[in-house]
Structure formats: C-alpha cells, structure tokens
Design a protein around this ligand. Structure first.
Ligand SMILES: [Zn+2]
Length: 283
C-alpha cells in the first residue's frame, strides 16, 4: 500500500441552472411516479456517486481529444484497457499475466493495463484516486421541488405513446449544494484530468442527473477553493502533518491555494504545453 504523500481538496457550491432529477428509487408514499432522492429528513440531496459519474463522462468526452491521454470509454473497440466490466479482456488478463509477488507489483501490473480515466476514476481492479462526497443543500437554504408531467416515448420510433403518461419530481433551479472532491496522490495527468472537469463545471457546461435531453440537470460550480496537503517535501513534512492531524477545518489542516481559477488554468496549461504537446508530436 502507498500512504498519503499529497492530497488535494476542492470545495465549492454546485448551483442548479435548470431543474434536476436524480431518482430516489421506488417510494410508495410518494405522490409522483419518480421522486427525487432525499435524505432521511426529507431534504433533496445529490449522491456523490451521481456527481462522480457525470463528472467522469464530462472529463472523458474531452480527454479523448488530448494527445497523450488514453480513455477507453469513447472507443468500444479499445482493446487495451481492462477497466470496463464484461468482454474477454479481463479474463485474458487474469489468465495470461503472471501472478504478482506483492501488492505493489500488482498495482504496477494493473496500472500498466488501464487507461488514464480508469486509473483516476476507478476500475474493478483499483480504487479511484478521486472521491466525491454526497452534496447537501447549502446550510440555511431550502430547495423547492416540482412535479412535472412526462409523456411515454417509444424508443424505436421516438414518438409519443398514447395512454402512457407519468409524472416525475425535480428540484427547482437555483438550489445550491455543497461539493467536496478529494484527490489522493495524483499524478500530473490525474490533476490535469480533474481540472478539465472542474473547468467545465465552472464554465456552466456541467450537467447532472436524469432526463438531460429535456434540458434538465444543467449546473455550474461556484465559490471554488483548492486546498493542498504535501507530505512529499522533507523540510515541511512534519509541520504539514502536525497541522493536518491536529486541526479539523480544511482551511487549517491543509494549505489553501488561491485563487482556484488560476490554479486550474496552471494545471491545464502546464500539461498541454509540457507532456501533452510532447505526446502529440511523438504520436
Ligand atoms: Zn479504461
């Protein structure tokens, strides 16, 4: 196992620009066919896994166009990455590869067979390096919900189907949810990919939840702060670790890097002008 060497925390507010629907499963007490997911206290929230999934596909769409970045999700014929479940690649991998002698060797072996987005966001072999907390309403704010009518659409003809009507619940635009994203021991590539996603959400190009083709789930990230914990610097390791262990507020546990927008641009530009451009010229 590798301990903590470097950790980044991104804190901000995810603001809904349009209504949001993230289904909460069957709820017999609900007044709609499809209720939104709620906390036990009844307040709508955004599961971290939903945000992570949306963030991942946002990153993957762009990452595929960047030189030196490998992402399997956009290419169904990708025969390199063993991340996606199903297909013969995982079977062939476990059959053909030699048994690793240690955890470290296993991690090295698997990492060599995963694409860059599977390394960052996780695969059945390795845990992700990035974690998304559940997003709760900004304290003191309330969220309004609306019930909307839907029409059943035939998937083949894409026409409305008679007599199939249902309604679904949404969280109204304007609500803000507190977002926290943690990045553990990232490589330069991991940081670059994370910053691509953050930049998209900061620009209002992010989306989330279901029924996005109907304009639902548009959102943007606001009030972003970046914090860093660096234990790789020998001179400051003890001091940084002491603050991290003794304090409870992220502002005191970790070093705030500001402003966030400049940090993100620096990571993106650093990669594009360095490794990214090298990779493009090499092919
Ligand atoms: Zn992959």
């Amino acid at each position: 196992m590798v301990g903590i060497e470097r950790r980044y925390l991104f804190k901000g507010v995810l603001v809904l620009d349009s209504a949001l629907h993230i289904g909460g499963g069957d709820d017999l007490a609900s007044v709609t066919d499809a209720a939104v997911v709620r906390t036990p206290a009844g307040t709508p929230y955004i599961p971290g896994s939903s945000f992570k999934g949306a963030f991942r596909s946002t990153v993957e769409k762009i990452a595929g166009a960047v030189g030196g970045i490998r992402t399997c999700c956009l290419d169904p014929d990708d025969d390199f990455c063993i991340g996606p479940v199903g297909g013969g690649r995982q079977l062939a991998f476990s059959r053909d590869e030699e048994r690793p002698k240690s955890d470290r060797q296993f991690v090295k072996m698997v990492t060599a067979r995963l694409c860059d987005t599977c390394i960052l966001f996780g695969s059945p072999y390795l845990a992700s390096r990035i974690a998304f907390s559940d997003l709760y309403l900004v304290s003191g704010e309330s969220a309004y919900t609306q019930v909307r009518d839907g029409v059943g659409i035939d998937r083949d003809s894409e026409r409305a189907v008679d007599n199939i009507k249902y309604d679904y619940e949404t969280v109204a635009p304007g609500a803000g949810f507190e977002a926290e994203i943690m990045l553990l021991n990232p490589s330069r590539k991991d940081l670059f990919l994370t910053c691509i996603g953050l930049q998209e959400y900061l620009s209002g190009f992010g989306s989330l939840g279901g029924m996005r083709s109907r304009g639902l789930g548009r959102c943007r990230l606001a009030d972003l702060s970046v914090y860093e914990l660096d234990l790789s610097d020998e001179n400051r390791c003890i001091e940084n670790l002491r603050n991290y262990l003794l304090e409870t507020e992220p502002e005191k546990k970790m070093r705030r890097i500001g402003p966030a927008a400049a940090f993100i641009k620096e990571q993106i530009l650093g990669y594009l002008e360095g490794e990214g451009s090298d990779a493009q010229t090499v092919g």
